[in-house]
Design a protein around this ligand. Structure first.
Ligand code: URP
Ligand code: ZN
Ligand code: ZN
Length: 471
């Protein structure tokens, strides 16, 4: 089956040029002019950009959390992702202490197989390090292609791991070629502040933010970076929300440490005042780390522009306002943490980033796709438009305007965190391995078409210095 996308403008992390793209059996086989006689289908992309499909490195689909389960599963979540221009997700596989890691991975395969409409991989949570875990991790890297491990420094008495666990995970990752990811907040301090607030009768959603101060995120980020240096390993800090954390990442990178940082759209466009919304509406914006004072947004944008932060994840972790978020009425600590972001990550970032002149179009591609593929062992199969790469392509109208709304979104959740925001630029059609998943804004894919991705080991060389090329 041969397809030819004609008249589009190909955009990668380093280039932008008019060309036709030939697709055969799911792969890009030629890029140029006057290509493809005898093709089965010609797709006219006049006036559109051709972007490599977005890669979302941070999702929680059908995940048990906060006494409930996230509202989007691998089917609804990946359909929404595809509408938004994302063709790969890497989801967090939770583990339980004392249970073989293989069993947890199987659980995640059971949730995703036959459901996902786009390709997907897993990160693996590490909450304890003992002989059993140390024996299993190398096999998981080799056989399951899971080359990134997540350690929670927060959520005391639930997911939180101690510093020894983090340090030994870093050492193992160094030895076997994996990337360690951290949720960086000081869980002990947060736990103390939460108990204190509740004891003082402070139960509203805004206290979620006030009990998770930026200093707690900065401290944990600095500690994780220091341990990474000591282990001579590699670290990826998820959902960076504030100046305190950016400073610690920047300082570590200046020392030459392999420390990378992700932020999320919500921290770039929303702020702490959203948690003060009346009638418990603030609960819609409860996630961790919390939204920060508005001035942090400029710090995050500048860090993306200068390359101190490298990626944009959604931290998709959707809970309905009615029936889930309201578990925390009268006690903010019981509001399930997380928000529905997977669908709007790509176009919101284009609109606020490229259209507003904060980042270049090549930086946009690097941050939402290419760099993520490189960090997580998927490049060049994913993350670029090049001969030999998977034909994961977004046909994107840069001038289309739309208003974000729960009325029109595709996530399985009753509100949208960006309700009413106007964005410019929209995916029109999306191909995954050469097949349309979205065509003229309609879903035409099939649950089960998404394939599980075994990822390569972490290679520092493949992620170094891209930003220098872009400037
Ligand atoms: O509040 C959040 N971010 N929920 C998802 C779990 C996590 O911490 O990433
Ligand atoms: Zn987290
Ligand atoms: Zn998360």
């Amino acid at each position: 089956m041969k397809k030819l996308i004609k008249n589009g403008v190909v955009v990668t992390a380093v280039d932008q040029y008019e060309a036709d793209v030939l697709i055969e059996d799911g792969k890009i086989t030629a890029i140029g002019k006057n290509l493809g006689e005898n093709v089965d289908e010609v797709i006219d992309a006049k006036g559109a950009y051709l972007f490599p499909g977005g890669i979302d490195p941070h999702t929680h689909l059908e995940m048990p959390f906060g006494g409930t389960v996230t509202a989007d599963d691998f089917e609804t979540g990946t359909i929404a992702a595809a509408h938004g221009g994302t063709t790969t997700v890497i989801d967090f596989c939770l583990t339980d202490k004392g249970v073989p890691l293989k069993n947890s991975i199987q659980k995640w395969h059971d949730k995703s197989k036959g459901r996902a409409v786009i390709d997907y991989g897993f990160h693996l949570m590490v909450s304890e390090v003992n002989d059993a875990v140390l024996n299993e991790l190398p096999t998981i890297i080799e056989e399951d292609g899971i080359t990134s491990f997540k350690v929670f420094m927060a959520y005391k008495n639930q997911f939180m791991a101690d510093d020894e666990t983090l340090f030994r995970t870093l050492l193992t990752a160094k030895e076997h070629g994996a990337l360690v990811m951290v949720h960086a907040e000081n869980g002990d301090v947060v736990d103390f502040l939460v108990k204190k607030a509740l004891a003082e009768g402070n139960t509203d959603p805004i206290y979620h933010a006030l009990t998770r101060p930026p200093e707690a995120e900065g401290e944990a980020t600095g500690r994780a970076a220091a341990l990474t240096g000591l282990a001579d390993s590699q670290l990826y800090v998820v959902h960076v929300s504030c100046a305190e954390a950016v400073e610690k990442i920047e300082a570590a990178r200046k020392k030459g440490l392999r420390v990378y940082g992700e932020t999320c759209p919500q921290y770039l466009v929303l702020d702490q005042t959203y948690l003060e919304r009346p009638n418990f509406e603030g609960a819609k914006y409860v996630w961790s780390p919390p939204l920060r004072e508005k001035w942090n947004q400029d710090v995050l944008w500048n860090a993306l522009k200068s390359g101190q932060l490298q990626t944009l994840g959604s931290d998709q972790c959707s809970f309905n306002f009615k029936g889930q978020k309201d578990l925390g009425k009268g006690d903010f600590s019981k509001i399930p943490n997380g928000g529905p972001i997977i669908e709007d990550r790509f176009s919101l970032f284009f609109s606020e980033g490229v259209k507003q002149g904060r980042i270049s179009i090549n930086q946009f591609v690097d941050i939402v796709s290419t760099r993520i593929a490189k960090l997580f062992g998927l490049f060049p199969q994913k993350g670029t438009i090049a001969v030999g790469s998977d034909a994961d392509i977004v046909i994107f109208d840069p001038n289309a305007e739309r208003i974000i709304s729960a009325e029109t979104h595709h996530m399985n959740v009753d509100y949208n965190a960006f309700e009413g925001m106007k964005v410019t630029g929209e995916p029109i059609s999306v191909l995954s391995r050469g097949e349309f998943v979205i065509r003229d804004k309609a879903f035409v894919g099939k649950p089960g078409n998404g394939q599980y991705l075994k990822r390569k080991r972490f290679e520092a060389a493949s992620v170094a210095n891209t930003q220098k090329v872009l400037q």
